[in-house]
Design a protein. Sequence first.
Length: 339
Amino acid sequence: MRFIDEAEILVRAGKGGHGCVSFRREKFIPKGGPDGGCGGKGGDVYLRASNKLLTLYDFRLKRVYQAENGQPGMGKQKDGRAGQDLIIDVPVGTMVYEIIDEQGHEELLVDLSEHGQTVLVAKGGKGGKGNMYFKSPTNQAPRYAQPGLPGEEKKLHLELKLIADVGLLGLPNAGKSTFLAAISAAKPKIAPYPFTTLVPNLGVIADEQGQKMVIADIPGLIEGAHLGLGLGDRFLKHVERTRFLLHILSVEEINLQDLSTIEHGFELLTKELQSFNPLLAQKEQIKVINKIDLLSEEQLAFLQQYAQDRGIYLISALYGQGISELVERLWQKLRQERA
């Protein structure tokens, strides 16, 4: 399944059924009056958040959604059956916008951020009244009934923003996917070259009490991402929903002869967050340096002293070094956030 985080669809509520023109025809009742019933209401269209869906891929395959029309009224004062409502499941975290003009201007209708959250997006048309409702002292035999009204039709823009507890942040080839695979059952694509991860990956881990932590591996960002460079700002929006960030820097990106390159490495993507959305830069970051297996013992000892003084975790996601201590820190931080 391809990861799709945006889609446009057309939703149509059902039309109301036509009212009925009918007259009572019974034996021994020569002057039966009008008895045409009303048409049924058209079905409504709802969107419902479901944690069973992970992407908007299905909405690229099917773009038009139609609720059932109401049935026409009948004689003997029988109303037509209402059209069945249409409920469309979308992934939890879907932002629903209505496209209001041909220029593509949009208005936010709802943020479906919780499982089971349901919203009405298009109302079904009212059914027309039958001729029995138009009888009057001056018109004892009306031969007129109302037509059913059309249902609402809307063009919707769906935008998915992943909801996760922890967002993995880092430059391409920092080792985020390897880390995610090491601590969870996620199976992201891993290779020794940049931009291996082209779509966000989700990993889930559980503690001894059965509490779950959801971790999102955001595709590698580069300097200028907020302007669309590299993989662009397409995936920066997925950072907005996370509680806090795990910022991973590779030892390949730093120079141990100039330790200022470490802070520069962390600041680079923090500035991208600031440029995209200032609130993102305010999210707390747990800083990590990965791939310490590439260092000599002397280099590692030197880096450990620097990292310890600044609360930076040193790990080798490939060989599992430092992983347990880092995961425990993630749980500690998550419990604080949830509290």
